[in-house]
Ligand binder design. Structure first.
Ligand code: MG
Length: 452
């Protein structure tokens, strides 16, 4: 039986890989597995969003679930509102940062967090077996709408920052909403916490005329230029469903995700000794240094935001984060949240009276290297055992692939989720050491291919 769910939900090209038939059956399977109750639903600005939402609503109602349509909103806004609305789950129609021709679906549980791999498996079983729950004619669900979700979400984020202090600084902030749902929240939030706001790409448009929705450096050049030309203190760019924020400093330099994550981690962990930070094995030394200096605890996980969210809740951690800039702040909600992350960054600037570039300069600096090694498809899985054997005497973490931990740096070797290759990452204080470690990883993978 094939897999339906990828790393974050189901995604595909609209009306091609992802059709209304698929969305209908997924939503019927979701209603069947989650049981009777209310399900919250939302969309981003993507093409097909309304079509897929109406389809999902029909599928859910047919199983007897009630549905609460909260209108277009960021994924974390739906997640925040799911428990508040007393829902047993949530459905977000989004393909996050994928190109414009994609759409998809993310499924949340009653706590607003994306469902676990186990629940995904149950949904897949029902999807493929087509053993859907079919409500009797007089038990079909009802559709409700709620227009207070974004207001509640913004008000909740405001609880976590010092609005008076921020207002005093009168910062100018440029927000790039990626022509999607981040535009419905972050410009308003920033204004309400006391910043002067300039917005770009803030009209909702599924053609994404402003830029590709992934907030990577090549896509946010306009934001960099705008920050510099208007003399702003910071630029904020969201992805398509605004669960992530990428930052630009006052000189137009784009921060790496692990830098913004580290700045927030240092602040949150600094507030309470012995705090715990959850992060995947793909995170680097910078985050380890931050945790060590704050006398906190590091909790490693497999790669994947859903794993991080559930682990944060399970061990009651103070913070979670990913090297791509995803930050999970459970005092608000234990999921990646672009608007919350942006508000935290502004709050940290103001409380420490530092510019974004000064905050970055205060972090330990590391260099990294990464590459791919083609692996024959039939050896892709079994290679792990050989690599584990080859590295058994090395200091290492084996939660997800193999991560070798040395004083001078680290090497992470992981199979690609989709392609016949393994990826190798390395990080160290200097580029030459990072390159050497990366080459060592490549040699290990090649040796493992020969021995497998
Ligand atoms: Mg996203």
């Amino acid at each position: 039986m094939g897999r339906l769910f990828g790393t974050n939900g189901v995604r595909g090209t609209i009306n091609d890989e992802l059709t209304v038939d698929i969305i209908l059956d997924i939503s019927r399977a979701v209603g069947t597995v989650l049981g009777s109750g209310k399900i919250a639903i939302s969309t981003d600005s993507r093409m097909g969003g309304e079509m897929f939402k109406q389809t999902a609503i029909a599928g859910l109602l047919s199983t007897g679930c009630d549905v609460v349509d909260i209108g277009p909103s960021p994924t974390p806004c739906l997640q925040f509102n799911t428990p508040i609305l007393g829902c047993i789950g949530g459905i977000m129609i989004t393909a996050s940062h994928n190109p414009p021709q994609f759409n998809g679906i993310k499924v949340m549980g009653s706590d607003g967090i994306e469902v676990t791999r186990e629940i995904e498996g149950e949904i897949e079983d029902v999807y493929f077996s087509k053993e859907f729950k079919i409500a009797k004619w007089n038990e079909i669900g009802s559709l409700f709408s709620d227009d207070g979700a974004i207001r509640r979400y913004i008000d909740a984020i405001k609880q976590h920052v010092d609005i008076d202090a921020i207002r005093e600084q009168n910062l100018t902030v440029v927000v790039d909403g990626a022509n999607s749902v981040g535009s419905l929240v972050t410009p308003i939030l920033m204004r309400e916490i006391g910043c002067k706001v300039i917005s770009i790409n803030s009209q909702m448009d599924g053609m994404f005329p402003g830029r590709n929705p992934e907030p990577i450096p090549t896509n946010i050049v306009d934001l960099s230029k705008t920050v510099v030309s208007v003399g702003a203190a910071i630029g904020i760019a969201h992805d398509g469903d605004a669960d992530r924020a990428t930052f630009v400093d006052e000189s137009g330099n784009i921060l790496w995700g692990d830098q913004s994550f580290a700045i927030i981690a240092r602040d949150v962990l600094g507030k309470k000794k012995g705090s715990t930070l959850v992060t995947p094995v793909s995170s680097g030394r910078l985050i380890e240094d931050i945790v060590k200096n704050a006398e906190g605890n590091m909790d490693w996980t497999e790669v994947g935001s859903v794993v991080v969210s559930h682990r944060v809740v399970e061990i009651d951690a103070e913070l979670g984060g990913e090297e791509n800039g995803g930050v999970f702040y459970p005092a608000h909600i234990a999921v990646r949240d672009g608007a919350m992350t942006a508000a935290q960054m502004i709050d940290i600037m103001v409380r420490n009276d530092l510019s974004v570039s000064e905050l970055v300069a205060s972090l330990p600096q590391y260099r990294n290297a990464k590459t791919k090694v083609p692996v024959p498809a039939e050896k892709k899985e079994s290679l792990l055992d050989t690599l584990l054997e080859l590295t058994k005497d090395e200091p290492r973490i084996t939660l997800d692939g193999v991560k070798l931990q040395y004083d001078e740096g680290w090497i992470l070797m992981r199979p690609s989720g989709t392609e016949p290759l393994w990826r190798c990452f390395a990080e160290a204080k200097t580029q030459s050491i990072a390159d050497r470690l990366c080459n060592k990883g490549v040699d290990l993978i090649k040796e493992a291919i020969m021995r497998t």
